[in-house]
Structure formats: structure tokens, C-alpha cells
Ligand binder design. Structure first.
Ligand code: NAI
Ligand code: MG
Length: 482
């Protein structure tokens, strides 16, 4: 006898969404001129209207950030800056449920993830960086490292508030001020964060949020008052930004795409590996730059792993993101659904074999069943391109060296996973994999103390940890020190 899960929806009552939002500039909300809707991708219901920021909005935000930098923020001691960060972290914890529900509504990701992963990590990033604010002289970055000034920050839609935290917390801890633009489909939690800045009595202009699309992002990148850029998003836009700043002295960190290899050796604990494979690709609907989107299986265990994976995938609950039992929520936008659908069709056309469990997907909203492709070769586009959805490409190998060669054969180098019981094999493989983050016998684990970033087309620089601080500080000769 099997028991069905009863619906367990989280209440929406805790959030209050305004019909229309402006920008957050110099400590206040200011009305925008043009607006565009933001929807709940699980229902296609319009949640609110977001301002489309233009050049003059960006100008005002940069001017406010510049003034706050010179008059207030750069004059405060690290200890005083740290107090504000601690205050923000505590308010985020107090309002965690409100943020989790709002993120789930605007993004489509399951409440289980926003509640247990996104929002706790957001608070953790502010706590971690609060601790650094008065210890920068001891970060190994030389004597008295100095901030750059105004940081322009552009975030994607897959982890909206978490990517804001990855960017705002280190910028403020190091004494920079901020102009941030959230992604167009998921601006609501950034606007609620603006309210947290007010509640924490953060000095006006230290954090400014201008909403809008790619043109707004480009206006921030190109603004002469911006000294440092932090971007997370697609490799295409990352390249545009790199070109735009090539002849300037703007510093940049770029966190771009990935095609992470999850390598399972024949001595791996198979049941644990299956959990790790599921977490690697189906976490956050596969909208994860470091997703384990290529499974590289030792040939001798391939059939067993794939069989067990299919059994496990049949138990993934796809549906209402607000339901506490849901594992896989909605695809973030119609555009992204089209991209996933098209790339998967290319997988079929190239001769790979597709499999998905039986799923009842709603007609309203954007959905894609968890999917695997077997018989994938390195030449297949689904083995090379970022699908950014719940789609796994499975390849096999015979020798450990072949596994490494296949794992490294992409233009990206963001993440990788190794599954083996042997410590020496894990050590060997981690030295051969060209990836910024390598997990062993686990996948998709994040911690503010751990630097994150990529090789090759996965980007420049690191965010998080001590290495992440360096991106916001002038060191050595740059400070003008002799
Ligand atoms: P995108 O890279 O266009 O958007 C990311 C952010 O950049 C958004 O805030 C957007 O408004 C802004 N932006 C767009 N054009 C810009 C420009 N010229 N200058 C400055 N900022 C600009 O990503 P999009 O179109 O939403 O997704 C396309 C693909 O990118 C996805 O299918 C996925 O493969 C990849 N992606 C990767 C992410 C990652 O974390 N690595 C996150 C989001 C998307
Ligand atoms: Mg939305």
C-alpha cells in the first residue's frame, strides 16, 4: 500500500506585495517612469509591476552611492560597518519566512529550498562578512587594503536574493557602496531587501537598487562613476561586459555558466551517489551554474546506476512550489522553458535516448519534467552547452584518465563532483579536474567561507571566503602606498 502526500501549502499571508515598485535610491523609494510585469512562473499570475530603469535612474543611483562613499561609508571604521552588517543579518533571519515565500512566488523554486537553503545562506553571508569588516588588515591582502568606491552589481534570476547577498555583503564589509540591478523576472526580494536596509538604518545611498533589463545593466557597466563590477549570469553577457570595460580601469568579477561533470567511479557508494546525482542536477530545477549536468559513469556500473536513478527520479515530486512536499518547482520563465525544450529536442535529433518519469504537469505556468539522456557523446550539443534546466546528459568511461579527459572537455570549468570510496583516487582526480569548485561524495554544497568561481568561460575571480574580499579591495601598489 502506498500513501499519497496530502497538500501542504505554505501560506502566502506573510507577504504583502505592492502593485507597483520604483527604484531604491539614496535611502528612499523613487517612482520609475516605465514599468513591466513580474509574474509567478508557477501560475502566470502577475504579482506586481517593476520599474524599467534608464540612464537617468542609474545616474542618480551612482551619484547617491558616490556621495555615501565619500561622506559616510569610507569614513566609518570597519567595526562600525560590521555592526550594520550584523543588524542586516539578524533582520534577514527574523524575516526569513517572508523572504522565502516571496522568493518562491516570484521565482518558482520550491519553498523547501528557499526556506532551508537560499535564505539561511543569505543571512550566513551577511554574518560571515560582518566578521571580516574590522579584520581586513589581517586578511593577507597587505597593510590597510582600500575599497574601490562604487560597485556596480548585476544579478541573475536563479538565486535572486542569494546572489544579492554574495555581492552586497563583501562590498559593504570592505567599505564600498553599491548600485545593484536584480534580474528582470525576479526583482521582488531585492526590493524587500531595500526595506531591510531602511529598517537597519543603513546610511542613505550605501545600497541603491535600480530595477530593469539588460539595457539598465549595461548603463551600470558603462557608467564612469562605477569602479568595480560584479556580475553573475550568462557567458554571453559576461563577454559583453568584458568587452565594454576592456579600455577602462574598472575591475570585474564575472561568474558565468558551467557544464559541471559529476564523475562516478566503480567503487563509489552507489545509493549515495544516486542522491548526489539527483541533488546535482534537479536542485533548483537545474537552474544552477554549478549544476552537475554531465554525469560521467564508469562503464561497469553504468546500468546499475541508471536503473537506480530512474527509480529515484520517479519519486521526485514536481508541482506547486509553495507546497512543502514539492521537490521540483516551476521553470523560471517562458524564455527559459523554450531554451530547455529546444536543447532537449536537439538531444533527440542527435540520437541520444531521453527518459523522464511520468509527471502530471499543470497547463498553467512553466514546467519541465526531470529528464535524463543516455548514449550521449562528447560531440553532442547537450554535452557541451549549458541547458540550465532539469536535464542530465549521461556519458560513460573505462579508465580514470578517460574520465578526466571527458570531464575537462568543455569550454567551461566551474564545478565538478567525484564519487569514490578511495581517498587517493579523490585526491588524484581533484588535481586533474579543471574546475573552480570540486565536491567529493557530495554535490551543490555552499558556504560563505568557501571561495566560488571558475576557469575558462566560467568567469573571472572568486566570490566568498578570503579570496572574495580581494575583489573589493585595492592592495599593494594600487593603494598608492610605497
Ligand atoms: P543574462 O545573462 O541575460 O541575465 C543576467 C543578468 O544580466 C540580468 O540581470 C540581466 O538583466 C543582465 N544583463 C543582460 N544583458 C546585459 C548587458 N548587456 N549588460 C549588463 N547586464 C546585462 O541571462 P538570461 O538571459 O536571463 O539567461 C540566459 C542563459 O544564461 C540561461 O539560459 C543560462 O544558461 C544562463 N544563465 C546563467 C546563470 C549563472 O548563474 N551562471 C544565471 C542566469 C542565466
Ligand atoms: Mg517573477
Amino acid at each position: 500500500m502506498t500513501f499519497e502526500y496530502a497538500p501542504a501549502p505554505e501560506s502566502k499571508a506573510i507577504v504583502s506585495i505592492k502593485p507597483k515598485y520604483g527604484h531604491f535610491i539614496n535611502g528612499s523609494f523613487v517612482a520609475g517612469k516605465k514599468h513591466f510585469p513580474t509574474i509567478n512562473p508557477a501560475t502566470e499570475e502577475i504579482l506586481s509591476h517593476i520599474s524599467l530603469g534608464g540612464l537617468s535612474d542609474v545616474d542618480k543611483a551612482v551619484a547617491a552611492a558616490q556621495k555615501a562613499y565619500t561622506k559616510t561609508w569610507s569614513k566609518l571604521s570597519g567595526k562600525e560597518r560590521g555592526k550594520y552588517l550584523y543588524r542586516i543579518a539578524r533582520i534577514l533571519q527574523e524575516r526569513a519566512r517572508e523572504f522565502a515565500v516571496l522568493e518562491t512566488l516570484d521565482n518558482g523554486k520550491p519553498i523547501r529550498e528557499t526556506r532551508d537553503i537560499d535564505i539561511p545562506l543569505v543571512a550566513a553571508h551577511f554574518f560571515y562578512h560582518a566578521g571580516w569588516a574590522d579584520k581586513l588588515d589581517y586578511a593577507g591582502l597587505g597593510h590597510s587594503p582600500q575599497p574601490y568606491g562604487v560597485a556596480g552589481q548585476i544579478t541573475p534570476w536563479n538565486f535572486p536574493l542569494l546572489m544579492l547577498a554574495w555581492k552586497v555583503a563583501p562590498a559593504l564589509a570592505t567599505g564600498n557602496t553599491v548600485v545593484l540591478k536584480p534580474a528582470e523576472t525576479t526583482s521582488l526580494t531585492a526590493l524587500l531587501f531595500a526595506e531591510v536596509c531602511q529598517q537597519a538604518e543603513l546610511p542613505d545611498g550605501v545600497v541603491n537598487i535600480v530595477t530593469g533589463d539588460g539595457s539598465t545593466g549595461a548603463a551600470i557597466v558603462n557608467h564612469p562613476g562605477i569602479h568595480k563590477i560584479a556580475f553573475t549570469g550568462s557567458t554571453d553577457v559576461g563577454k559583453k561586459i568584458a568587452r565594454a570595460i576592456a579600455s577602462t580601469d574598472k575591475k570585474a568579477t564575472l561568474e558565468l555558466g558551467g557544464k559541471g561533470a559529476n564523475v562516478v567511479f566503480d567503487d563509489a557508494p552507489i545509493d549515495e551517489a544516486v542522491e548526489g546525482i539527483v541533488n546535482g542536477i534537479f536542485f533548483n530545477q537545474g537552474h544552477v551554474c554549478c549544476a552537475g549536468s554531465r554525469l560521467i559513469l564508469q562503464e561497469s556500473i553504468a546500468d546499475e546506476v541508471i536503473e537506480k536513478l530512474k527509480v529515484r527520479m520517479s519519486k521526485i515530486r514536481v508541482g506547486d512550489p509553495l507546497d512543502k512536499n514539492t521537490d521540483l518547482g516551476a521553470i523560471n520563465s517562458k524564455e527559459q522553458l523554450v531554451k530547455i525544450t529546444e536543447l532537449s529536442a536537439i538531444g533527440d535529433a542527435e540520437g541520444a535516448e531521453r527518459w523522464s518519469p511520468q509527471c502530471n504537469l499543470s497547463d498553467k505556468g512553466f514546467w519541465f519534467a526531470p529528464t535524463i539522456f543516455t548514449g550521449v557523446t562528447q560531440a553532442h550539443r547537450i554535452a557541451q552547452e549549458e541547458i540550465f534546466g532539469p536535464v542530465l546528459s549521461i556519458l560513460t568511461f573505462r579508465t580514470p584518465q578517460e574520465a578526466m579527459d571527458k570531464a575537462n572537455n568543455t569550454p567551461f570549468g566551474l564545478s565538478a563532483g567525484i564519487w569514490s570510496e578511495k581517498g587517493s583516487r579523490i585526491f588524484w582526480a581533484s588535481q586533474h579536474l579543471k574546475a573552480g569548485v570540486i565536491w567529493a561524495n557530495t554535490f551543490n554544497k555552499f558556504d560563505p567561507a568557501s571561495p566560488f568561481g571558475g576557469y575558462k568561460e566560467s568567469g573571472w575571480g572568486r566570490e566568498g571566503g578570503k579570496h572574495g574580499l580581494a575583489a573589493y579591495l585595492k592592495t599593494g601598489k594600487e593603494t598608492g602606498a610605497k
